[in-house]
Write a protein that binds this ligand. Structure first.
Ligand code: MRU
Length: 354
């Protein structure tokens, strides 16, 4: 399993995903601004992974804070939260991690500052370890949807690289394989940054799962030929009514799936579900630099100089296109998502089982 991020010798070590698959290189971040830069420049990317980077980035910043007590310490940490929150707007996991650290500090306000610093490092590690366990649980609930002989379409990268390990969309694949089923995967290349080609294809090949790479505009043709049985994707933010924000092009895949009667599944850790937003219309959508579209690998121009570009990094798939949302608590119909946050709800009654 590929290690995306680790705390090593007082630094945050991240695999530089912008260089994959050509180079497997790591970057050691010794301050939180470097972590923020890594999130912005996609050295680390994928919603859960940037949540982990946020928790570890805060722990890193905390080590350099000189403060006499809790109030001064938490005041001085505020700009760190702000810098990390400003990096990428769509994935809710950054805010989730900031909120988690805030709550954690509030629960331990009686501790001295040196102890709090150490505890934040441990909390960052806990976020990473929990993420791996959560993804494994997503795999266990989601594996039922992959039958022997199936071909699974996926978009972008929601694999190990996008998480602490195991991946979200890839977890059901890994568990289905453990359960002895044979299947193959089709990876959309995922323009413009090519997470499907560079990352998902690379990762699945390392895992020994048969994978075929296609251009994004090939998916419809293969569905029409009956060559795709189901789609599983990740999410950056899924909201109360079951609308799903994910990598640009996901909406197209979902609509194509509906047209061809193909189930469309979303693997979503609870950390990617934002119960505070009623519908997908309120999700902030990141727009990234034009160069990602006009150039390949930042150096080779493929469009005329000065051309106008729109580079939306994410889109929103309405809940009506989603067959099920697979979380660590089970797989649910998108309409039932809001009930998960209700106190005393019988979760088992809401779970989908095939
Ligand atoms: O821009 P990216 O590469 O961070 O986009 C990633 C995705 O869209 C993933 O599908 C999503 O974050 C889920 S990762 C488990």
């Amino acid at each position: 399993m590929v290690r995306t991020i680790e705390w090593v010798d007082g630094k945050v070590r991240m695999l530089d995903q912008s260089r994959l698959p050509v180079d497997v290189a790591y970057i050691d971040c010794s301050d939180y601004l470097k972590v923020a830069e890594g999130i912005q420049k996609l050295w680390i990317r994928g919603a859960p992974a940037i949540g982990i980077a946020t928790a570890m980035g805060i722990a890193l910043a905390a080590q350099d804070i000189a403060a006499a007590g809790y109030d001064e310490f938490t005041k001085k940490i505020e700009p760190v939260y702000a810098a990390l929150l400003a990096t990428r707007p769509t994935a809710v996991n950054i805010r989730w991690a900031v909120d988690r650290v805030r709550r954690f500090l509030a629960q331990h306000r009686e501790e001295g500052v040196p102890r709090l610093k150490q505890m934040l490092v441990e909390e960052g590690q806990r976020v990473l370890d929990e993420d791996i366990r959560i993804n494994r649980a997503i795999g266990e609930w989601g594996a039922q949807f992959i039958r022997d002989g199936d071909t699974v379409l996926t978009h972008c990268n929601a694999g190990s690289l996008a998480t602490g390990g195991y991946g979200t969309a890839t977890a059901p694949m890994l568990v289905a394989r453990e359960q002895g089923r044979r299947f193959s995967v089709i990876a959309d290349e995922t323009r413009p940054v090519l997470q499907g080609a560079r990352l998902t294809a690379w990762e699945l090949m390392q895992e020994g799962i048969p994978v075929t790479l296609i251009t994004d505009n090939t998916a419809g043709a293969l569905m029409k030929r009956g060559e795709i049985n189901l789609a599983i994707v990740g999410t950056d933010r899924t909201v109360l009514n079951g609308d799903v924000a994910n990598k640009i092009g996901t909406y197209t895949v979902a609509v194509l799936c509906r047209e061809h009667g193909i189930p469309f599944y979303v693997a979503a850790p609870m950390s990617s579900i934002d119960f505070s937003i009623p519908t997908g219309d309120q999700i902030p959508i990141e727009e990234r630099p034009a160069e990602e579209v006009t150039h390949v690998f930042g150096t080779c121009r493929i469009a005329p100089e000065g051309v106008k570009v729109r580079n939306l990094a994410f889109d929103v798939t309405p809940a009506r296109y989603v067959t099920a949302i697979i979380t660590e608590k089970g797989a649910f119909r998108p309409d039932d998502l809001k009930r998960l946050s209700e106190p005393g709800v019988n979760i088992d009654a809401l779970r989908i089982r095939l």
